[in-house]
Design a protein around this ligand. Structure first.
Ligand code: AMP
Length: 115
């Protein structure tokens, strides 16, 4: 998929169309259009990386930043203490729909066990 066809790259190019609730030099955050929990945010790198399959040591700063911003967003949403789940889908079996690396933050209700 080229960056011109990528939904999330489109948001980087046109931040007015769907205004992020957070933005910095590395990532932006939007509310998921089809939320799976009361709080469902997507933390998305500004730069196109298709998925975890393309991650190497050069991406350590952005991968760390995703977690730092996730916790900052959890604090802003008031869910740090009640709890939240971070999800990063990789590939078809995970159900990854959009081939632009992103982290889901789910919270605001009991999310059930993963096991
Ligand atoms: P994934 O399955 O990990 O690729 O997750 C993609 C997520 O992006 C899904 O939860 C979708 O509901 C969400 N999504 C797709 N298009 C948009 C959009 N325009 N704005 C916000 N979320 C979106």
């Amino acid at each position: 998929m080229s960056t011109s066809e990528c939904v999330f790259c489109g948001m980087v190019r046109d931040p007015i169309h769907q205004a992020p609730i957070y933005r910095d030099e590395r990532v932006f955050v939007v509310r998921d259009i089809n939320p799976k929990a009361r709080v469902h945010l997507l933390i998305i790198p500004n730069t196109h990386l298709a998925s975890l399959a393309y991650i190497g040591p050069g991406q350590l700063p952005i991968m760390g930043h995703l977690f730092v911003v996730a916790e900052e967003m959890a604090r802003r949403e008031g869910v740090t203490l009640s709890g939240y789940r971070l999800v990063l889908n990789q590939g078809a079996d995970s159900g990854q729909e959009i081939e632009h690396l992103h982290m889901h933050l789910l919270a605001g209700q009991h999310l059930g066990s993963m096991g």
